[in-house]
Design a protein around this ligand. Structure first.
Ligand SMILES: C[S@@+](CC[C@H](N)C(=O)[O-])C[C@H]1O[C@@H](n2cnc3c(N)ncnc32)[C@H](O)[C@@H]1O
Length: 223
């Protein structure tokens, strides 16, 4: 499936959901993230911006939180929510997850909730997470994995991918992408029992880990 068809379907679905209040999360990534005052945070697939705003409050005025999303509707809603609350230490960027528009080693903490499953090239997304993290920087990611390989007819259907199920990959494939990026200290913080989503069975998982290097304190201190 060409990547622009996938992006178009994602933009269409999430543009329509931007003004709703339905829950789009599949785990507690931001709740487990433990941001520190002064941290630079990044939320991949920031949606309406709730997690960005929560993290921004925790990192304070010396910190900053970026949200990245590909949907214009979601970005507009997130910016409006931030303006309404007068939150200044946030920024929302339009981008796909495979090319994060931030410099190397510029982020202390990456979070993401129920988004990476949509990406066509998940290895590229994890490589980007490693690239933007500072040495010792941390990630906490909630997502879904497929209980069995997703049949090609669904995987190649842009609307099914945009519905947040057909892009899911099996657990071992998901974890292999994290490992291939050279991220370390991988921990499973939450994992659900399998449940039905779309035409397949998935499970939710929350993973944490870090980029090797830094102060050796798991990103808890600044270099
Ligand atoms: C299921 S929603 C989750 C939103 C938010 N993280 C939450 O928990 O409420 C997925 C979000 O990721 C965005 N998204 C999906 N695929 C993406 C991609 N390849 N690049 C950037 N954003 C993407 C969608 O536009 C949507 O806002």
């Amino acid at each position: 499936m060409p990547n622009d068809e996938r992006t178009e379907a994602i933009g269409e679905r999430y543009g329509a959901l931007a003004e709703s209040s339905c829950c789009l999360s599949c785990g507690g990534a931001a709740r487990h993230a433990d941001p520190r005052p002064g941290d630079i945070c990044l939320d991949l697939g920031s949606g309406r911006g709730q997690d960005v705003l929560r993290l921004a409050a925790a990192v304070g005025r010396r910190g900053f939180c970026w949200g990245v999303d590909v949907s214009d509707g979601m970005l507009e809603r997130a910016r409006r929510n931030a303006a309404k609350l007068g939150v200044g230490n946030v920024g929302f960027l339009k981008s796909s997850l495979e090319r994060i528009p931030l410099p190397d080693a510029s982020v202390d903490l990456v979070v993401s909730n129920c988004t990476i499953n949509h990406a066509a090239d998940k290895d590229a997304v994890w490589a980007e997470i490693r690239r933007v993290l500072r040495p010792g920087g941390r990630f906490v990611v909630s997502d879904i994995y497929a209980v069995a390989e997703v049949p090609e007819e669904f995987r190649s259907d842009p609307r099914a991918v945009a519905e947040c199920w057909a892009g899911a990959v099996p657990r071992e494939v998901y974890l292999a992408s994290v490992g291939a990026a050279g991220l370390a200290g991988l921990e499973v913080l939450e994992e659900s029992a399998p449940y039905e989503k779309g035409r397949i069975h998935v499970a939710s998982i929350t993973l944490a880990g870090s980029k090797p290097g830094g102060c050796g304190c798991g990103g808890k201190g600044k270099e």
